[in-house]
Design a protein around this ligand. Structure first.
Ligand code: ADP
Length: 484
């Protein structure tokens, strides 16, 4: 029997809240899918056009507000996020599944991102260049890009929107924001916080519903100047094709197949800790998750045995219950995908050391799974799984490990565990990934550092986060002033 509080949630267009019509998006708890969280609007094409028009209309006034004043609104949003941290983290766990500790970490990150970009309002600068002409001032000015479409996935339902929305706002853009179908509630709470913080009507518009319908309009409407997207490669490719027709700027982040390389002189305990954090943290549902571990032969047996023992102790369960180390997957599709790869790994001839089963009777639970003796060409070593499945590949030494790590189409994140400085730097220089870690997990990012992948992981256009976000969210004007 379904338990439901029949709560109806609204969309925001031009400062007005629009409740759902007869067609609704149902949101439920992945740890207990009989628990209905609420119902969200299925935005129509007309709603989407109105949202874009409203962002366009709000642009001139918003972009003229001094950036430090815009920053004060972001700072206020950061304060509200602090006061509502527990409430939002609980809502996040309830709709997405990650543990409450992970959810609190994520809301804290969103809070910090707003604080960071509030300060950036004081630092948006241009350049003054030497002129080749007497009595000429030559300088550049950063202007907002314009109306931006922000399309986000469900796996970080507040951190990813925060690292796209906060820079968009501080640099003077207006927004149409569409979260993923599986995590609209956390996104709505963030929008509520921004409204409460004093964002004027039309500066952010919020739409829920069918991703393909709303998303196609958000990426092909000629009134949209930029699109920031995180999600699957398939959708990212469609978005790029839509955007090019209007020469809209794109920023696309699209997955990974990240390797943790464990070399023979690694601190074994640390290597195991990093493998657990990167591979099974967030139930493996992170684009920077560790899905391949490439281990040097000399320590492979010791490492594999210690990793298996540690992974056995992980408690799988409802993320809201204390003691849970790993929550459920987000939906039935993700459960099915993990289950398919668990079966495929065995069919391809890898050795199943741990897990390999899913339980979908109440929620979408998948066991922490480890495959050993995986060959780099196997599909489980090549394709993104987005679940708690680790493939262990053996390597003869550093060069072999780098070659195997690079033998994929993705290039998002990679890490090496070693106490050998020479090998650590050789790895950092030769690995094909936009994020490289040494003795740290493949997951986890600094909010003030550029983030983005190489190869098929990204559109290879603009990085996100930190000051790199300014390049995406602004356009540069060059001004020549002859004052002679
Ligand atoms: P995932 O497989 O992780 O759900 P998707 O790429 O399907 O990844 O989803 C990421 C985001 O893209 C979601 O907000 C989804 O609704 C949206 N989306 C889905 N289809 C389209 C599309 N055709 N155009 C734009 N956005 C889309």
């Amino acid at each position: 029997m379904k338990t439901t509080n029949t709560k109806l949630y609204s969309n925001l267009i031009n400062g007005n809240w629009h409740p759902p019509g007869t067609d609704v998006l149902e949101n439920h708890n992945p740890a207990d899918y009989n628990e209905v969280i609420g119902f969200f609007p299925m935005a129509t094409l007309e709603d989407t056009k109105q949202a874009i028009d409203s962002a366009r209309a709000a642009l001139p006034a918003w972009s003229k507000i001094p950036a430090p004043t815009r920053g004060a609104i972001l700072d206020k949003a950061s304060q509200i996020l602090t006061s509502r941290l527990d409430e939002i983290a609980t809502a996040l766990t309830r709709e997405e599944g990650k543990t409450l500790a992970e959810a609190k970490g994520e809301v804290t990150r969103a809070r910090d991102i707003f604080k960071y970009y509030a300060g950036e309002g004081w630092r948006i600068g241009g350049e003054v260049l030497p002129s080749s002409v007497t009595d000429e001032l030559l300088y550049t000015r950063r202007e907002p890009l314009g109306v931006v479409s922000i399309i986000t996935p469900w796996n970080f339902p507040i951190a990813i929107p925060a690292w796209k929305i906060a820079p968009a706002l501080i640099y003077g853009n207006t927004i149409v924001f569409k979260p993923a179908e599986d995590a609209p509630h956390t996104a709505l709470l963030l929008v509520e916080v921004l409204v409460e913080a004093g964002l004027p009507a039309g500066v952010i518009n919020f739409l829920t519903g069918d991703g393909a319908l709303i998303g196609t309009e958000m990426t092909s409407n000629p009134n949209v100047n930029g699109i920031s997207f995180t999600g699957s490669h398939n959708t990212g490719t469609k978005i790029y094709q839509n955007a090019i027709k209007n020469m809209a700027r794109v920023q696309l982040e699209m997955g990974g197949k990240n390797a943790l390389v464990v070399l023979k002189d690694a601190d074994l305990e640390l290597a195991v800790k990093l493998a657990i954090t990167g591979g099974f943290g967030l139930t493996g549902q992170a684009c920077t998750a560790t899905s391949r571990i490439i281990v040097q032969e000399e320590i492979a047996e010791a490492f594999v045995s210690a990793l298996t023992t540690a992974a056995k102790n992980l408690k799988l369960g409802n993320g809201l219950e204390s003691g849970t180390n790993m929550g459920p997957l987000v939906n039935q599709d993700q459960l099915q995908t993990s289950q398919n790869y668990m079966a495929l790994g065995q069919k391809e001839g890898a050795t199943l050391l741990l897990g390999g089963e899913v339980d979908g009777t109440k929620g979408y639970f998948a066991q922490a799974t480890i495959f050993d003796h995986v060959q780099p060409t196997m599909r489980i070593a090549q394709e993104e799984i987005f679940g708690p499945v680790i493939s262990i590949i053996r390597a003869s030494g550093l060069n072999d490990a780098i070659e195997k790590a690079n033998a994929i189409s993705f290039g998002l994140s990679a890490s090496v565990v070693t106490n050998n400085l020479r090998e650590a730097f050789a790895f950092a220089n030769q690995i094909e990934a936009g994020v490289v870690k040494i003795n740290e997990p493949t997951t986890g990012l600094a909010l003030n550092a550029p983030f983005g992948g190489f190869k098929q992981s990204s559109a290879n256009t603009f990085k996100e986060q930190g000051q790199a976000a300014m390049d995406f969210y602004t356009r540069t004007k060059t001004i020549y002033v002859n004052h002679g």
